[in-house]
Design a protein around this ligand. Structure first.
Ligand SMILES: *Cc1c(COP(=O)(O)O)cnc(C)c1O
Length: 408
């Protein structure tokens, strides 16, 4: 494996060192950190410490003595660097679907006279579903428009209240141009909500520099906080004073322990908190962020491009039945690479059977994530060897690889 150690932004990114900090089972090449990041080795000790020295012994006192109450903000501030957010603009908690709802509701309330939410047909379905639910609830004839991703910018017109887009397409990895899209939206007075599910920890993001309004994302993908790990929400400093938190829970109240009968939002980003957060999951996120603290996002991006370019070159040379479904220009795609293959589902099952774990997205997309934190070039080459063998021997035809599981 090559060493990518060099200094940037005062951070020495050493991917040989980060790699040692993850537990990857023997015989597994894990190319699915884009769906669920692997477990940092420090998780076991951190959770054990939490059980024995926090929850077990401190009980309810832990909210104060172990600072559980402030973790939504503390972790938000630690995560902020990865997405180019200013201090005190990010809180962590709840799930991404809920944070999407919350951000879009807050954004809509800023443009009460407008009736259009603009998204695109490449967005992750839950984002669209949450917008549909919100529209129904508001019962004001709001319309959700979903043009092709390539046509979003031309659909940003003066009747659009909110543009709700996922920066990196979950299927193809195609990247929306954040700065240009925000400029266009602001030019017609629309508010923009970014879903960073496939950006945070995958590509450098500059929310402050792009003049973003709202952003949301999850921590169980590239940020390795474990299944069900909490989501995050960002609100631009210029909006925090006035934004209305549509989900007005007690943890977002100005004085949660006054137990007032009426809701009064906190005067800062805490207003986007809702209810009691998942403190055990916070512990895992904190361990993962200890690893993230050791790398710069630009180094991660450079190393990821190097890995994905190698993968594409090798697959195209050796597995000609597979068609690249991601943008060819690495600057136009996130850190995942997708190939279309008619029998992609069975082929992915055959790969997983041999220890190469990627995933499948209907109708025919085989998806592979390249995360330098725990993947090296030798892994990429070994994965292509196995893929080539499966394609040449056509082992994907085996009936056992055609059975569908509940989760793909
Ligand atoms: C993964 C993902 C989600 C998942 O939402 P959850 O509430 O965490 O299940 C939502 N949106 C996008 C764009 C995603 O990639």
């Amino acid at each position: 494996m090559t060493s990518n150690a060099h200094v940037e932004d005062g951070i020495l990114s050493d991917f040989n060192a980060t790699r040692e900090q993850f537990f990857i089972p023997e015989g597994v090449i894990y190319l699915n950190g884009n769906s669920l990041g692997p477990m940092p080795r420090g998780t076991e000790a951190a959770l054990s410490d939490f059980l024995h020295n926090e929850w077990g012994t401190e009980l309810i006192r832990g909210w104060n003595t172990k600072d559980w109450f402030n973790q939504s903000n503390t972790l938000g501030n630690r995560l902020a660097r990865l997405i180019g957010a200013e201090p005190d603009t990010v809180v962590v908690g709840d799930t991404l679907s809920i944070k999407v709802f919350q951000a879009v509701a807050s954004a809509l309330a800023m443009r009460p006279e407008r009736r259009i939410i603009l998204s695109d047909s490449g967005n992750f379905p839950t984002d669209l579903y949450m917008a549909e639910g919100l529209i129904k609830l508001k019962d004001k004839g709001i319309e959700l428009r979903t043009p092709d991703p390539e046509a979003v910018e031309e659909h940003i017109t003066e009747d659009v209240a909110v543009v709700m887009v996922t920066e990196v397409d979950y299927r193809t990895g195609r990247i929306h141009n954040m700065k240009r899209l925000i400029e266009k939206a602001h030019g017609v007075g629309a508010v923009v909500v970014w879903d960073l599910a496939h950006s945070a920890g995958a590509i450098p993001v500059d929310l402050a520099g792009c003049n973003a309004d709202f952003a949301v994302g999850c921590t169980y993908k590239y940020l390795n906080a474990g299944p069900g790990g909490p989501a995050f929400i960002y609100v631009a400093p210029r909006h925090i004073d006035t934004v209305e938190p549509a989900l007005s829970g007690w943890h977002g109240h100005a004085a949660p322990f006054a137990f007032d009968l009426g809701y009064r939002p906190a005067g800062n980003i805490e207003k986007m908190r809702i209810g009691t957060p998942p403190v055990a999951a916070f512990k895992i996120l904190s361990v993962s962020l200890d690893i993230w603290d050791q790398v710069s996002m630009q180094d991660v991006r450079d190393a990821s491009i190097d890995l994905s370019e190698t993968f594409i070159r090798e697959v195209e040379a050796r597995c000609t039945q597979l068609q690249l479904a991601s943008p060819r220009d690495p600057l136009q795609r996130g850190s995942q690479v997708s190939f279309a293959f008619e029998h992609g589902y069975a082929c992915m099952q055959a790969l997983i059977d041999r220890g190469v774990i990627g995933d499948f997205r209907a109708p025919d997309i085989m998806r592979f994530g390249f995360t330098p934190l725990f993947i090296g070039k030798s892994d990429v080459l070994a994965a292509v060897d196995i893929l080539e063998d499966i394609m040449t021997s056509e082992t994907w035809r085996n009936e056992k690889f055609h059975r569908k599981s509940l989760v793909t």
